[in-house]
Design a protein around this ligand. Structure first.
Ligand code: DOR
Ligand code: ZN
Length: 436
């Protein structure tokens, strides 16, 4: 049994942000109280050994739920696999991760959904929930067997990595979403507008001489998908929103009652196109980093609830791929182990976002939208839980990262504020930054 003494509890599911003593027993959050005496705790323990953590000055919150992680298994295990990715997850404070479907082969049938699910259970760290593709082979022309795949354990459907260019296909997918009740996650990118661009089109891309991707490459598809969701009533989730125009479109659609949620990635909240250098591909990501103005709009959108969730879009790649020249390196940032700290350091500490909102957007909101357990510390719920030390600092070092990937902009840099203990179903899986 665990006794966390005088810890600051953030649990948006109970609108709670206050100091409490927390007891965890039998895999569950047993009780929370303003204070507890040793006598009371020992009575509850009924002879079970109690580990007491003096957690004053630290936070406890529900394990984070990441609805957008690329785990690369099956097929690209040199970049990441389900075991390494789920170890990276719990090191970073995530107790549930949704595994994107653009693997090799892509997850477009029930057997593959069941494979990912089983590998997650075998790994035994975070809960790993498979996302299935929307179309067979991610070819954009024929829908998968969504009902069958849902029965096999699919948590959502997405052709992420690629947009569904055919509007009728997207419309049909949203019709089916009403049958399954599961969200269609849209990677909004007009192929023709994006072309073979390498970063966001603007003054910076022109100065650097790099081919640009206009902001409209994202927002025209956001507009299309919002209209299709409005017409069908299907459940739409928009991945990695990165432009001011998209935020405005979503805000307006929500005001009309469209069935939509949206996520934003930490890198789009923290960096902008001006941070990109030709000699470092770590910030080469898709959608590309926007302007300073976009960054402001995203933060505002997250604050006012237009953007519902934070998600990492953890996109691991090998060093040999990422050390290619800028034009040839793949898009993506590996972020499971650094995302929460980066958000703490760059957004919460400077007062741009409250920690309460961050936790809501990264645990409670995804649980609600995707119909998942977790995202709560209500007594009786499974103890998927994070103890966060705001003062703990660490240099992001190749030797300590447990992900196979090193494509992070924070490599060699110091970050502050880390999860120092993580429990999954009451089982301690990470302590003092070491995965158990
Ligand atoms: O940067 C990205 N990397 N964006 C995506 O949409 C896909 C992802 C990947 O699979 O590497
Ligand atoms: Zn994507």
């Amino acid at each position: 049994m665990w006794w966390l003494k005088e810890v600051w509890v953030i649990d948006p599911s109970q609108s709670l942000s206050a100091p409490r003593d927390v007891l965890v027993k039998g895999g569950q959050v047993l009780e929370m109280a303003s204070s507890m005496t040793e006598e009371e705790v020992l009575t509850i323990a009924q002879g079970e050994p109690v580990e007491t953590i003096n957690a004053k000055g630290k936070f406890v919150f529900p394990g984070l739920i990441d609805v957008h992680t690329h785990l690369r298994e099956p097929g690209q295990e040199e970049k990441e696999d389900i075991l390494s990715g789920s170890r990276a997850a719990v090191r970073g404070g995530f107790t549930t991760i949704l595994a994107m479907a653009n693997t090799k082969p892509v997850i477009d049938n029930r057997a593959l959904v069941e494979f990912v699910l089983l590998q997650g259970v075998r790994a035994g760290y975070a809960h790993v929930l498979p996302i299935g593709t929307v179309t067979k082979g991610m070819q954009g022309s024929e829908l998968v067997e969504m009902v069958d795949m849902k029965e096999g354990g699919a948590a959502a459907f997405s052709d992420d990595g690629k947009n569904i260019q055919n509007a009728e296909m997207m419309r049909l997918a949203l019709e089916y979403a009403k049958l399954t009740g599961l969200p269609i996650i849209s990677h909004c990118e007009d192929k023709d507008l994006a072309g073979d661009g390498l970063m966001r089109r603007g003054v910076t891309s022109a100065r650097m001489g790099l081919k640009g991707i206009p902001a409209s490459a994202e927002s025209v598809i956001v507009a299309r998908d919002l209209l299709l969701a409005e017409e069908t009533g299907g459940k739409l989730h928009l991945a990695h929103i990165s432009t001011t125009e998209s935020v405005n479109l979503i805000r307006e659609a929500k005001a009309r009652g469209v069935n939509v949620t949206a996520e934003v990635n930490p890198h789009h909240l923290i960096f902008c196109d001006e941070d990109i250098t030709l000699t470092d591909t770590a910030l080469k990501v898709n959608p590309p980093l926007g302007s300073r103005g976009d960054r402001e709009s995203l933060i505002e959108g997250l604050r006012d609830g237009t953007l519902d969730m934070i998600a990492t879009d953890h996109a691991p790649h090998t060093q040999s791929e990422k050390t290619r020249p800028f034009a040839e390196a793949p898009f993506g940032i590996a972020s499971l182990e650094t995302a929460l700290s980066a958000v703490w350091q760059y957004l919460v500490l400077p007062g741009q976002l409250s920690l309460d909102r961050v936790i809501e957007a990264w645990s409670y909101s995804p649980a609600q939208r995707f119909g998942l357990s977790g995202g709560t510390l209500k007594p009786g719920s499974s103890a998927d839980m994070v103890l966060f030390d705001p003062d703990f600092s660490e240099v992001i070092d190749s030797a300590t990262l447990v992900s196979k990937a090193r494509n992070t902009p924070f490599l060699g840099k110091s970050l502050q504020g880390f999860p120092i203990m993580v429990w999954v179903e009451g089982q301690l899986v990470q302590r003092n930054r070491t995965v158990i």
